[in-house]
Structure formats: C-alpha cells, structure tokens
Design a protein around this ligand. Sequence first.
Ligand code: G4P
Length: 527
Amino acid sequence: MKYSAEIERRRSFAIISHPDAGKTTLTEKFLLFGGAIQVAGAVKSNKIKKHATSDFMEIERQRGISVATSVMSFEYQNTLINLLDTPGHKDFAEDTYRTLTAVDSVILVVDSVNGVEDQTRRLMEVCRMRDTPVIVFINKMDRDGKNRFDLLEEIEKELKIQLHPMTWPINSGKDFKGVYNIDAQSLLLFSPNTKADADGLTITDLSDILLDEKLGDRDAAQLREDVELVEGVHGKLNVATYLEGKVAPVFFGSAINNFGVKEMLDTFIQIAPFPQARVTTTRRVDAQEDKFSGFVFKIHANLDPKHRDRIAFLRVCSGKFERNKYYHHVRLDKDVRFSNPYSFLAREKSVIEDAYSGDVVGLFDTGNFKIGDTLTVGEDFYFTGIPSFSPEIFKEVVNKDPMKTKQLEKGLLQLTDEGVAQLFTQFGGTKKIIGCVGELQFEVIQYRLLHEYGASVTFNNMPFYKACWLTSEQPIKLEEFMRFRQGNIAADKDGQPVYLAQSEWFLNTEITNQPDVQFHFTSEIQQ
Ligand code: G4P
C-alpha cells in the first residue's frame, strides 16, 4: 500500500456523448479549469470535422493529431484527473467501447434539444455492462429544449438508469435564467461565459424573497414548486448507489457558456471513484497493491508506411509503472522494458519516469501488443471484461495478388490485433470475412494493407447484419447446429464459433429454435 496517497487522488474518466452534444466543448472547459490549456478553442482542432466523413485519410490524419489528446491529465484542487478521450465518429465506436474499459467512471453529455440519441444508448449499454458510475450533464440549456421533466423521464427510460438531479434549471432557451444547486443550496444566475471561479448566491431557504427579486415572481414560484417535487422524489444523493452504477447524478448547464460546469466538476472530484480493484483470470487485483500490473486497451497506428510503429495505450491497474524496468508480457511470456513511455498533458506528449494505478501510459510498439495484453511483474493473469462487440458490416476479403498471400495474412492479423476490425474465417473453408462497425474502416484496411504490407485487396459485400458468439452446455447440439447452418457459421480470430445472421428475424428464429445453443452479442477478448 506504498502508493495509496497517489492512487486515491486520481480520477480516470471519459466524457461520452452522441456527436455534437458538446463533448469537445465540455472537455475544453475542464482543461481550462485545470489550467492545462489557456485559451478556448485549443481542443476544437482535434475534432474530426463533419465534412471530412468521406475522406478517411483526412480522418486518420485528424485522429493522428488526437493521439496526443488520447489522455489529458490535469490537476484540479489537488486531484489528478485523467480524462480519456473517445472518438466521436460512429465508425470508431469500438475504440470508444474499449476506452470505457480503462476508466473508472464517465460523464455522459446529453443535448437538451435532441434528448437521448443513438450513440448515447449504445455507450450507456457498455457502461451498464461494467456498472460504471455515470454523471449526466444536460447541455445546451441556452437553447429551447425539451421540458426538463420529460427529458429526465426519457433519459431514465431509454438509458435504464435512475437519475438524481443535483442542479435544477430555471427555464431554457432565451428565458434561461440559471440553475439552483439543490445540494449546495445556491442559485447560479446565467450569464454567457461564466468566469471559472464564479460562485452561486447562497439561498438556504427557498421562500427567501431574494429568489423573487432575482428571478421574478413567476419563475421563483415555479422553481420552489419544482425543487420541492424533485427533493420529495429523490431526497439526498446516496453516493454508494452512484458508485454501484445504479443512480446517475444530473447537472444542467451550457458547456459553451461555461455554465453549470464547475458545479459538476466540484461534485465529480468529491464523489467519482478513484482507481478500484479489477478482476483478472486468476484473482482480484487491488489498485493499491504495490506490485505493478496493467493492460492494453487501445492501439493507435502510426500512418507512416515506412514505420510500422504503433502506440499501445496501457492502463495501469495496480502499483507503480517505471521507465526502463522489465515487465512480464503475459501472452508472449517474455520480459519487456520501455525506455520512452509517454504520458500526455493536454497536447503535449512527454516521456515519463513513472505512473500509478489509474494512469494511462503510451508505449511505442513494433507489433508486440494486441488489445487486452497484460503486463505484470511476473504473475500470469489477464484482466477480464474487455469486450468485442458484434460488427455491423461484413465483407469478404478478395486477394488480388496471390503472390502476396503471406503479407496479406500478416497484415490482417496485425490490423485486427489493433482492433481496427474483426476477422472471421468461414466454417470448413478458408474464406476470410472482415467485420466492422463503419464503412470507413474498410477503406482504412484496404489502404493500410496496400501501403504497409504490399497486399492488394477488394471486398465483396456479405449479407449479414450481426455476429453472435455461440456457446452450449451440450457440444453435440452446437456441432449439429453449426453443420446445419454452415453458410452462416464462421470462426473468430481466436477460433470461437460465431453465427452470422442475415437479419433480426433470422436471428430470433434461430434463438427460438435452438434452446440448447446460447447466442452472445459480445465476446471477451481472448488471449
Ligand atoms: P461533440 O464534441 O459532442 O461532437 O460536440 P461539440 O463540443 O463540438 O459541440 C457541437 C456544437 O454544439 C458546436 O457547434 C458547439 O459550439 C455547440 N455547443 C456546445 N455546447 C453548447 C451549448 O451549451 N449551447 C449551445 N447553444 N451550443 C453548444 P458547431 O456550430 O457545430 O461548432 P462550432 O462552429 O461552434 O465550432
């Protein structure tokens, strides 16, 4: 427990949202609070621009820039905050899902005008799988949004999480007057671009006529009524239920105006979990153990074709990581050391000497790592709960140059190790099928196979919409099913059997007809 003090002052989290809800803007405000950047607009340039969606090289270039902001570390009130960036582009959703395995909590941004959107739903599913504690920020209150009660109900219902309002808004859009901080009993009046240190007006008793003076009779009366209702329903926040991922505290505000952000950040550092114990294949590893351990949750390729260098992002899960020290690479069963491990401070990348549980370290990699790889000081185990999700688009790989078959196989293996795509091999055959979340990845794969491995490919569309991993208590039943549905069966990269479904209808029919076979929508990454 030598490092307890260091570990307990760390908070590692991600901000997640549907694109355009305000994640980048909120990130920037946090960095301003932490003093990690000085001017607004500094983070903006890393955002994948909307018009670039058809140009993957441009997107990769921008993603390359964003490697530097993959983890933004800053100090706020003696707390060391590691903010892990997640790509907003939906074609890179898998990257985001995996990043969520490396954080201890999340802040979910919801646009008050649009409410719950597609990406919001999916991201929350991933959070729920791991019971990740969630704080919700309802953004863009300066715009005419949905009725706040309706919005809360929609979020609760759609995201299947109980909400606990911490602040309460007074109107929205052009009538937006501010928020009342229920717990701190203070009124924060809205003004665009609130100063970082702006404090609210303390109003401990809501019947105080100061409220009428500040808000006008009608809005003051409405606020009293609303707060009474909210307090009656929710009472005081039970932090334990938040930490169990069952209740999400909610804040209202406007990120672009830096309004309501400080209230959330202050609560965040008080209640968000510091690095916690994690489950491995052999035992629970306590974050405060002296012995180092960590796992790779993301790999980012360097797009320079002359160098196949990649950066592997390692989440430290216990103890202390030190530069130039030998660590045990469990899957390869060999000792490795790193002379230039990186940490990230806003846009600066710098070599670090050490890192503690909760931190993320960037390691230069020439092909030794794949997602899920574990480093320890000698023990053999893997961290569990790093999922693979079903791809949504499937294409057969057609090798255009048989002389380059070896290069193609190597390229496919390495790219899938990076988590760019998933690779399946047709059951009883050799047909290779690539599954991705977005069309963009196929372009990335085609380009990289050619430029990095010299392998030229095209793709044939396959009529599948989902991959389900199959298990059964009765191996014979599983085998029978696999033979019966041969055209729909493939093996994933680790040899696990997968059912490729043409449509939801087919899938549901099989699920009903095959009670002895279990269909899983995610799979644990195998080593
Ligand atoms: P994202 O990372 O989640 O995709 O969203 P981002 O922060 O880039 O915000 C998306 C758009 O919403 C941006 O406008 C941003 O300025 C705006 N926005 C963020 N917070 C608020 C808010 O509280 N109120 C209002 N009214 N707008 C907000 P844009 O026009 O797409 O980009 P830009 O031209 O401002 O850069």
